[in-house]
Design a binder for this molecule. Structure first.
Ligand code: GLN
Length: 283
């Protein structure tokens, strides 16, 4: 059995099992092999016709069978790229998603580069949003809060991994442990999926922490709490930016307005869906 043959066989199994096209299945097979053998993509190409030891085949097959059971690639390989950084992820945190880069970009556009700025990230999970902001704005000070102790440990490990020193991780259920400190910006990618959304029973999402995804019958339970209490934790002129579901833009704008925010508007993600609503407290 050589490398090319093993990867071909694996993609033939992966495609129908996970509803992938041929190209996606081949990419997944390569990612699994790269992780099983601790080699990069260039090695796989250069060693196409190498005969594999039984040990190498077994290492690959064990990852392949996990993937065939539906386990997300990010959990199998223990990492996922977000905003140009490879974040460690485990099943206690949500897997960072490309649409969340819209939230980071919108925040970065508003954070000055040349002076200190206080940022709060609510429900940081793997720390992806907080760390991306801290890395791109070294003068900013980021507080990342998370209610799950296990998730907070992943965020802390990622902060350490990227050598971020302008970030502090805090165990807190939303604002509960924050005290009187006022922030210049609050960002959040909270749970916002409707509790009975069939999407929760499909694909990668089945393996992710339900508490990071679902938020009551309309998906707005946590967004409602976060938006309503935000003015109490923001300095005058401070910004609030939240990620939400494709169909929650109007509800979020209404919540922002009833909480006293101005300049409220919604941004679309790269797929064209309403994804991030933001607003500013009057100065
Ligand atoms: N966008 C994610 C999904 O639909 C949900 C992320 C979240 O709830 N914050 O799977």
């Amino acid at each position: 059995m050589n490398v090319a043959r093993l990867l071909d066989d694996a993609s033939v199994q992966l495609a129908p099992a996970l509803g992938l096209d041929k190209r996606e299945a081949r990419i997944e097979a390569r990612v699994l092999a790269g992780h099983a053998w601790q080699v990069d993509a260039a090695w796989l190409i250069a060693h196409d016709t190498d005969r594999l030891t039984d040990e190498k085949i077994a290492a690959f097959q064990s990852l392949l069978s996990r993937r065939l059971q539906g386990e997300p690639v990010a959990y199998i390989v223990g990492q996922r790229e977000f905003f140009g950084l490879n974040f460690a992820v485990t099943p206690v945190v949500l897997i960072p998603r490309p649409e969340t880069e819209t939230l980071v970009e919108a925040a970065l556009e508003r954070i000055p580069g040349e002076r200190p700025w206080q940022i709060l990230d609510l429900g940081t999970g793997s720390g992806a949003v907080a760390i991306a902001l801290a890395r791109h704005r070294p003068l900013a000070e980021v507080v990342a809060v998370e209610a799950s102790a296990a998730a907070l440990a992943v965020a802390q490990a990622n902060a350490h991994r990227f050598g971020v020193s302008n970030l502090c991780c805090l165990a807190s259920d939303w604002y509960a442990e924050l005290g009187v400190k006022k922030f210049d910006m609050i960002v959040a990618n909270p749970p916002y999926v409707e509790a009975d959304d069939p999407h929760l029973g499909q694909g990668d999402v089945r393996f992710e922490p339900r508490s990071a995804l679902a938020a009551g019958p309309t998906g707005l339970d946590d967004l409602g709490v976060i938006i309503a209490a935000a003015p109490g934790h923001l300095a005058r002129g401070g910004w609030l930016l939240v990620e939400h579901g494709w169909n929650q833009g109007a509800a979020c704008r209404a919540l922002f307005e009833s909480s006293g925010f101005s300049e409220t508007h919604t941004l679309r993600d790269l797929a064209g869906q309403e994804r991030v609503t933001l607003g500013r407290l009057p100065g």
